[in-house]
Design a protein around this ligand. Structure first.
Ligand code: ATP
Length: 514
């Protein structure tokens, strides 16, 4: 070990899954006191590389050094002993246990490099306090199942912090967090960096990368293609390093859509919703903005019949019963959920089945031979969305996170829906595929569908929406139209409503809009 040794170095990392070469000689070097981004398109091997370091994937070949000394990391436990902690987007919490119990779970008393049980318990309070500004009023004795998904993700981060790691891997761990929560996590990460830790950071949000990272390693097809400092590098240049030339999706609103009213919602209430009224026209893309957790997801779920709600919903002038997703689907309503892990896919089933499952009725009605039709339909979506896979018959669980999300998207697109509800649809999707999905959303609207989209990224709303409805405490409070939709105006609108003051000129209230 020398003074100049990097804290962590991985070289020659190889991993194959059957015919898929997930990693083919990837490398990564990160210093202590550094936040190191791990960038690359969906399926490029970022998670696999992180999991090799975290001991949860056994590589076919790899040389790993910590502080300049070669190590073997055969298990997550071995990684923990080396001071490595990992947080993923997929949660490992036990819903029935309390927040405090989950936090200390797996800390393994008595082993070298682990906190003792008692020491771990002593740290629960401070860790919750540190996360407090993002967590809200969560208590240590509260069952985890009562928490919102973002709060659960924060508890997962807390679990890693409790270990006081020297090397912390955050693999899309901020994807389900809102801006204000991300800011709290970033502050903590900066403190860790200051204390000499090395933080490996995987995110598809470029602004997070440029905001937080000092350097980045860029992977493509399982290989390290570049390592670059972040300061002074233009985001466009980073994108080019990642995916080659991607054509940016320009905002092109042209005329405001003037199709007939497709979706009419009156006094929708239940759960967090308190009397939502809205209209959307055929061909229109309507965004749901506002602070996080103001009922945006609940509104989409209620329209899809997935949660109990009262009120009136009409599609093309005919009432829709808010009874079940099946009833909603029969009326041409589709929902692309944000949490692909639990809501979006059937993991053991094949990619083909997952793509075809929602549109089976359509194909059999049309009298197409089902198996052949299913394969052709699935193939068309794989091509359209550039889904990276081994074989259509592979289980959907073999896909990288971003590619799995594209499957969820493709499944619903195949139903050719009249109303498309998108709940944070590009979470974890790379910039190239995002641009592709934005084009598909636009095309859907151009073909006459009504799209309602909730997004945790304001930039996404700016890029795709014709109109944004700003929600607060379960109702719609303001509306931005056309060129009024900018990131700044969205933030202002959300905060101004939150602070309870007046609307700015030019920003319609919901009453004006009705
Ligand atoms: N358990 C597995 N079985 C089979 N194939 C896998 C498995 N895990 C990953 N792969 C494949 O290895 C490749 C790399 O996947 P990985 O999850 O590391 O990519 P990623 O860069 O993290 O992608 P994303 O940005 O979409 O999360 C992909 O082609 C993926 O389908």
């Amino acid at each position: 070990m020398t003074e100049t040794s990097p804290l962590v170095r991985l070289t020659g990392v190889r991993k194959r899954y059957g015919g898929v070469r997930a990693l083919q000689g990837a490398s990564l070097t990160a210093a202590g006191g550094e936040v190191h981004g791990l960038l690359g398109p969906n399926g490029s091997g970022k998670s696999t590389l992180g999991k090799v370091l975290a001991g949860s994937v056994r590589p076919d070949a790899a040389e790993i050094e910590i502080d300049g000394a070669p190590v073997r990391i055969g298990s997550p436990r071995a990684a923990a002993r080396l001071g490595i902690a990992a947080v993923y987007q997929q949660l490992s919490l036990i819903p029935e246990l309390t927040v405090g119990e989950n936090l200390v779970l797996g800390q393994e008393p008595g082993r070298a490099g682990f906190l003792s049980d008692r020491a771990a318990r002593r740290r629960v309070g401070p860790v919750l306090e540190r996360l407090g500004p993002a967590l809200g009023d969560v208590r240590a004795d509260q069952p985890v199942r009562e928490l919102a998904p973002g709060q659960q993700q924060l508890v997962e981060i807390g679990k890693a912090l409790l270990r006081e790691p020297r090397i912390l891997l955050l693999d899309e761990a901020t994807a389900s967090l809102h801006r204000d929560q991300v800011a709290v996590v970033f502050e903590i990460v900066r403190e860790l960096r200051h204390a000499g830790a090395s933080i490996l950071f995987v995110s598809h949000r470029l602004d997070e990368i440029t905001d937080l990272c000092d350097r980045a390693t860029i992977l493509r097809s399982g290989e390290t293609v570049a390592e670059t400092p972040i300061a002074g590098v233009q985001p466009d240049a980073l994108v080019r390093l990642m995916v080659g030339d991607v054509q940016a999706v320009e905002r092109d609103h042209g005329e405001r859509p003037s199709g007939r009213v497709r979706l009419e919602v009156r006094d929708l209430a239940g759960g967090r919703l308190r009397g939502v009224r809205m209209q959307a026209r055929a061909g229109e893309i309507v965004g749901l903005g506002g602070l996080q957790g103001q009922g945006q997801s609940e509104l989409l779920l209620a329209l899809f019949g997935a949660t109990a709600a009262t009120g009136e919903v009409e599609v093309d002038g005919a009432p829709v019963r808010l009874a079940s997703p099946r009833a909603a689907a029969a009326r041409g309503i589709a929902l692309v959920p944000g949490d692909r892990g639990t809501q979006g896919t059937l993991p053991p089933r094949s990619i083909q089945e997952n793509l075809a499952i929602a549109s089976i009725g359509r194909r059999s009605r049309a009298g197409v031979l089902r198996a052949a039709g299913e394969r052709a339909a699935a193939r068309s979506m794989v091509d359209a969305l550039a889904i990276k896979l081994g074989d259509l018959g592979d289980p959907v669980s073999s896909l990288s996170g971003g590619n799995a999300q594209k499957v969820v998207f493709g499944k619903w697109l195949l139903t050719e829906p009249g109303v498309v509800l998108l709940d944070d649809p590009t979470k974890g999707v790379d910039v190239g595929a995002k641009a592709e999905i934005y084009r598909i959303i636009r095309r859907l609207a151009d073909e006459g569908a009504t799209v309602v989209i909730n997004s945790s990224e304001d930039r996404e709303l700016v890029t795709v929406c014709d109109r944004v409805l700003v929600m607060f405490e379960g109702a719609i409070h303001a509306e931005l139209v056309g060129d009024e939709i900018t990131e700044q105006r969205l933030v202002e609108a959300a905060l101004r409503i939150g602070a309870g003051s007046q609307h700015a000129p030019g920003e319609r209230t919901a009453e004006d809009a009705a």
